[in-house]
Design a binder for this molecule. Structure first.
Ligand SMILES: [Zn+2]
Length: 483
């Protein structure tokens, strides 16, 4: 009797599981390899996902890029090694063409021994507390140890709107903008977007009031000890002062003791040392591989990510995943027996983090050659579970949205207006439809530009699903166009 009940329970459980798990997309693959002009897109997308999830070399390639090469700062030896490695990968794929596109890129180095310490006053226990800090990309160094008073300001706009009288209080000091990313945004990219100008331009506002250095809270929603770097840009003709970011834990601590000091009408000093330097530009390359279209080779669809990265981690999510996903798009499309109708070009852009010179050069050459780039798809939001696509043209959004029923079985529900990507953006001026892969955004800024952006933090299956999502949309655009 007991056995019968157990069998019954197992039967119910297993049939429920079957109901739960067996959606249309989960049906066994039945891809007919008989050559036809245009295969059934539903079967093609199924086949793309099967080939991504079983037997893909992309995760091992990502491991090599992250572990055997490592961080790939623009202009560095590692960036050159990455160019050579990715060229070898593309060369091994039997594509129609593989080539390097030369481009001059900035070369900035962090130097060793970044150091930040609160000196405090004699009555406090804060004396000599060391904070986690990292220079912002492109910053000048402190030229030895900088020791001066530290003062906080709540936001960049508060700093911009200081009266002349108030501004005097900041002269000769280190300014710390305490503003955090707004945790209320569900899409963390929006929270980042609301604060990125602090990192990029905040240093200039601080220099204008006569500050000696500029500090900010790292752009992440996670509280930990890892500072996040990222590009900053000096205004032409303005004074260049050092700029750095504190880890969120260090920023919270510093804000707390500065508030207390203000209430007690005392001041706090800081010792700061950054050894970074700006070196002459270096010759580097965009790495390009192409599958030529069978009927409309002059119509090009570019898929890509950026090969350079910041130096603190391994550039895994930013943007090793985007690069290997873009290469995987070519492999997955090659698995379909019919060649794509239009040309698909994979571009691994150089120096996105340091001003996007690779992206600008690619668009410049495309225009010079009068190439017709009908669409460009970028993955630069991390290798997390794909949710859909951001289309940077509300008038043409419906062209992509009409394929939503085909994407739905793979949970790629979100096809909305949004930013395509920094690397493809310059193509927009020629009318190219710009599209960004939209993965789940919750964990991206935990790792973005920090020491934790390492291979171990990329989940193989989520990363491969992203590649399959990109290949699915690329296939549809290549086969059906974007009319
Ligand atoms: Zn990136």
């Amino acid at each position: 009797m007991k056995k019968n009940i157990l069998s019954f329970v197992l039967l119910i459980l297993s049939s429920n599981f079957a109901l739960f798990s067996c959606t249309t997309a989960d049906a066994p693959p039945n891809y007919n390899k008989t050559k036809t002009e245009t295969p059934d897109p539903e079967l093609v997308l199924r086949s793309i996902h099967d080939n991504a999830l079983i037997g893909s070399p992309a995760y091992a390639q990502l491991r090599y890029l992250c572990k055997d090469i490592g961080p790939r700062l623009s202009g560095s030896d590692n960036a050159q090694k990455a160019v050579e490695y990715m060229q070898r990968v593309l060369d091994s794929m039997n594509l129609d063409s593989v080539y390097l596109q030369p481009v001059m890129v900035p070369h900035w180095e962090r130097g060793e021994k970044e150091f930040c310490q609160v000196i405090g006053n004699e009555n406090e226990k804060i004396n000599q507390k060391v904070l986690d800090i990292t220079a912002l990309g492109g910053s000048v160094g402190t030229n030895g140890k900088l020791k001066t008073q530290i003062v906080a300001v709540n936001s960049l706009s508060d700093l911009e709107n200081l009266s002349k009288k108030e501004a005097k209080k900041y002269k000769g000091k280190i300014i710390f903008v305490t503003q955090p990313m707004d945790a209320r945004f569900i899409n963390t990219g929006s929270a980042y977007g609301g604060c990125s100008s602090i990192r990029v331009f905040g240093v200039n506002t601080a220099a204008k009031v006569g500050a000696k250095a500029f500090l900010m809270r790292s752009l992440t929603l996670k509280n930990d000890n890892h500072p996040h770097t990222g590009i900053m840009i000096y205004e032409k003709g303005g004074k260049k002062i050092p700029a750095a970011a504190l880890s969120t834990n260090s920023a919270n601590y510093l804000e707390k003791i500065l508030n207390k000091a203000q209430k007690e009408n005392t001041s706090i000093e800081m010792e700061l040392q950054l050894n970074c330097e700006i070196l002459p530009d270096v010759l580097s390359y965009n790495v390009i591989g192409e599958l030529r279209g069978r009927e409309k080779p002059e119509e090009i669809i570019t898929v890509g990510g950026h090969l350079d990265s910041w130096d603190l981690g391994e550039g895994a999510h930013d943007d090793g995943t985007g690069c290997l996903q873009s290469v995987e798009v070519l492999r997955l499309i090659q698995k379909i027996e019919t060649k794509p109708k239009r040309t698909i070009r994979c571009v691994l852009f150089m120096s996105e983090e340091n001003g996007a010179s690779g992206a600008k050069e690619y668009a410049r050459v495309a225009k010079e050659k009068n190439e017709n780039h009908i669409a460009a798809l970028e993955s630069d939001s991390g290798g997390f579970t794909p949710r859909g696509f951001r289309v940077q043209d509300s008038a043409r959004l419906a062209i992509i949205q009409k394929w939503q029923p085909l994407f739905k079985p793979y949970n790629l529900h979100k096809v909305e207006f949004g930013f395509g990507g920094v690397d493809i953006n310059p193509l927009g001026a020629s009318g190219t439809l710009l599209i960004g892969l939209e993965p789940d955004s919750q964990r991206y800024f935990d790792h973005h530009h920090a020491a934790t952006d390492v291979f171990e933090n990329v989940h193989e299956r989520e990363f491969l699903l992203g590649a399959a999502a990109m290949a699915s949309l690329t296939y549809m655009m290549a086969e059906y166009g974007i009319e």
